[in-house]
Design a protein around this ligand. Structure first.
Ligand code: NDP
Length: 283
């Protein structure tokens, strides 16, 4: 039976250290770090994510504001708002909640965020810095949180076979780079990968970031592997991961639950990134 990695507990520790550092930042600079989230349209899941971000900011003393915009706004107007936020000295972190409704030029909008305020780490400059191993940039929150979860187990990443299923800019790709930086031997799988189960079965560390309910089943997992489930899929009233928890738990050595695994870590590292932005802009 796998040991459960308690993301809630680990995230609470990260948040409490951020809260302490926010206090010091306020004393030194006379103002709180501030995150502005831009939310376009009325996607119910995005509304929940944004509310959770606001709540987490308040808990650690970070100021936050949500700019709610109708989906009738155009890419150009959205970009204008992003530019205003870029030049507002009271705003340290800018996050455009994804996905944007259909029809928006997502790349143009994300590229328009000042890289110094890009707390989601999706600006090309920050992605380039990550690739080069330059720690001065912003790294997407979810993969950062996952590294922390892996570290919490005491499992050494160096020399291990790591398999990441999913190659999105926000999870899969940066996850693979971070594992590579930790000297794991990394394989990235995606929708065109053949014999997925044969590949995942090689993994000492398996990260599933697909968005497909329970696609990873127990028989696809190496005995004793560390399994990280990023997926958050709504199936009826239930939130389920990309991993079939019951069969996976039988084989894995460590496993993250959904909910209560990766999700809280993503938010905790958003707070960390916002503090980093505030420091960068105030130095
Ligand atoms: P994307 O849809 O952007 O990417 C999904 C990836 O999975 C793609 O690379 C896709 O391949 C790959 N994929 C799709 N089907 C298969 C398949 N059958 N076999 C192998 N690979 C496949 O999703 P995200 O990366 O943004 O998110 C992934 C999941 O993680 C979602 O459930 C999302 O809600 C969740 N999530 C959770 C977070 C949290 O904090 N808990 C944070 C961010 C995301 P291809 O590139 O070929 O299309």
């Amino acid at each position: 039976m796998a040991q459960i990695i308690d993301g809630k507990l680990i995230a609470a520790k990260v948040r409490s250290s951020v809260a302490e550092e926010v206090k010091q930042f306020k004393t030194k600079n006379g103002l709180a770090p501030k995150l502005t989230v831009v939310l376009v349209g009325d996607d119910p899941a995005s509304q929940i994510y944004v509310r959770n971000k606001e709540r987490a900011c308040a808990e650690v003393g970070i100021a936050s504001e949500v700019r709610r915009l109708p989906s009738t706004i155009g890419s150009k107007e959205l970009l204008d708002i992003v530019r205003q936020l870029n030049s507002d000295p009271t705003v340290h972190g800018v996050l455009v909640q994804l996905p944007l409704p259909a029809g928006f030029d997502e790349r143009a909008v994300l590229d328009g965020i000042d890289p110094k305020k890009d707390v989601d780490g999706l600006h090309p400059l920050n992605m380039g810095k990550l690739l080069k191993g330059d720690g001065s940039g912003f790294i997407p929150c979810t993969p950062q949180g996952i590294v922390e979860l892996i570290l919490s187990t005491g499992i050494e990443m160096a020399g291990k076979q790591a398999v990441v299923v999913g190659r999105s800019n926000i999870v899969g790709k940066p996850m693979a780079i971070l594992l590579l930086q930790k000297n794991a031997t990394v394989t990235i799988c995606h929708s065109k990968t053949k014999n997925l189960g044969e590949v995942t079965k090689q993994a000492d560390i398996l990260v599933a970031a697909v968005g497909s309910p329970q696609i990873i089943r127990g028989e696809m997992i190496k005995s004793g592997a560390l399994v990280v489930d990023v997926g958050t899929n709504r199936v009826g009233e239930k939130l389920v991961g990309d991993v079939d928890f019951d069969s996976a738990e039988e084989r894995a050595g460590f496993i993250t639950p959904v909910p209560g695994g990766v999700g809280p870590m993503t938010i905790a590292f958003l707070l960390k990134n916002t503090l980093k932005a505030a420091r960068l802009l105030s130095s």
